[in-house]
Design a protein around this ligand. Structure first.
Ligand code: KG4
Ligand code: ZN
Length: 357
């Protein structure tokens, strides 16, 4: 089929301009950056009409982590199914969709390409504007779905498998980096510690569950020094944790897994909370949001809630169901981009190492 790129682009720009003037849009979003094949339909960046997620966890568990080739193949097999299911759940068809959004990075390149190619085909075939969303921007936007009153500016702690960042989300929706991890991301550290305890993949939530039954003062892990006050570092505590576990194994003693999990979780959460609170204080911020898979961590949620209450800060956290990867958050982020006129063209490609703009 001959693709008439310029005719599509001109029509898409006209439609996007009309939607921005109207201030309203029903967006169908696709997310395939890692191991969830997801499609959602969201109205005006706030109201979820459908939110389908096909999780590949069972496919990857056998290998103890995400296998990129298996992830790409499963996305190809399931993407049609989740898109059809989302349309059915919302009780609408393509004529009721105003725009198509897709995660174009960061993530696994093969996995991203499935979503990007599919979204481009939908946008072109249905004649709808296309919006390219940064996955991390999506995680932040999950807060807009849970809290209808939330609007920037605010400080946001982004904690996922690949990120531990503090951003200031500015009034115009842009982000200013305030701090970040110097080595591992918090989720990555949780996953590695969980593997030491032979917990199944994905390790973070399993470690969180196990930690609930342990004594978090049983073991002391080092507090890493960082030169800049709002940066994080998790490789020191992780290495100390690994050698602690090895000591038990070498002595032939049973692992006190719950106490180890609780002590490790406390050390990660202590660091996240203390440095975030320091930034809130120093930058005179009053509102804090949290985003990313690790935002589901029970201790992190409880400790941030307590610290924000003590300091008179307003805390925003996504519903636990919206902390992990999903397409509703991508549709929400896309809505604000559409309102600002930020459209993608059919030349859109996956950007596995995409950074926050
Ligand atoms: O945001 P996400 O779903 O995917 C990425 O964009 O990375 O985050 C996944 C990460 C994994 O490292 C997972 O173990 C961690 O979030 N995670 C948790 C919890 N739930 C998910 N870590 C600690 N406690 C949890 N409850
Ligand atoms: Zn994610």
């Amino acid at each position: 089929m001959q693709i008439n790129d310029s005719a599509y682009s001109a029509a898409a720009r006209r439609k996007a301009a009309a939607l921005a003037t109207w201030g309203s849009a029903r967006i169908l979003a696709i997310e395939t950056s890692c191991d969830e094949t997801a499609c959602a339909i969201v109205a005006d960046g706030r109201h979820i009409l459908a939110n389908r997620i096909y999780s590949q966890i069972d496919l990857h568990r056998l290998y103890g982590g995400v296998v990129p080739e298996i992830a790409s193949r499963a996305h190809v097999e399931k993407i049609d199914v989740v898109v059809d299911a989302a349309l059915r759940d919302a009780g609408i068809n393509e004529t009721d969709i105003d725009a198509i959004a897709v995660t174009h990075g960061p993530g696994l390149v093969g996995a991203l390409l499935v979503g990007v190619s599919y979204a481009k085909a939908l946008a072109y075939g249905w004649g709808k504007p296309l919006i390219a969303v940064n996955h991390i921007q999506g995680h932040i936007a999950a807060n807009y779905l849970t809290h209808p009153d939330l609007a920037p500016p605010f400080l946001c702690l982004v904690v996922s498998g690949g990120h531990s960042h503090l951003f200031r989300v500015e009034k115009d929706g842009s982000n200013t980096l305030v701090g970040c991890t110097l080595d591992d991301a918090a989720g990555e550290a949780f996953d590695k510690a969980a593997r030491q305890l032979s917990l199944p993949y994905p390790g973070g939530p399993e470690l969180d569950k196990l930690a609930e039954t342990g004594d978090d003062s049983a073991f002391h892990l080092p507090v890493p020094h960082v030169d800049r006050p709002y940066d994080f570092s998790f490789s020191g505590p992780k290495t100390a944790f690994v050698s602690l576990v090895h000591t038990f194994v070498q002595r032939g003693e049973p692992l006190p897994t719950a106490d180890l999990a609780a002590s490790f979780r406390k050390s990660v959460v202590d660091q996240l909370v203390s440095r975030t609170m320091q930034a809130m204080h120093d930058l005179s911020e009053k509102r804090l949001a949290v985003a990313g898979g690790v935002a589901a961590n029970r201790l992190l949620r409880a400790r941030l809630a307590a610290a924000c209450q003590d300091n008179g800060y307003q805390l925003y956290m996504p519903d636990v169901a919206l902390c992990g990867d999903n397409a509703a958050m991508i549709a929400s982020a896309a809505y604000w981009q559409l309102m600002r006129g930020e459209l993608a063209g059919l030349e859109l490609n996956a950007q596995p190492a995409l950074r926050m703009g």
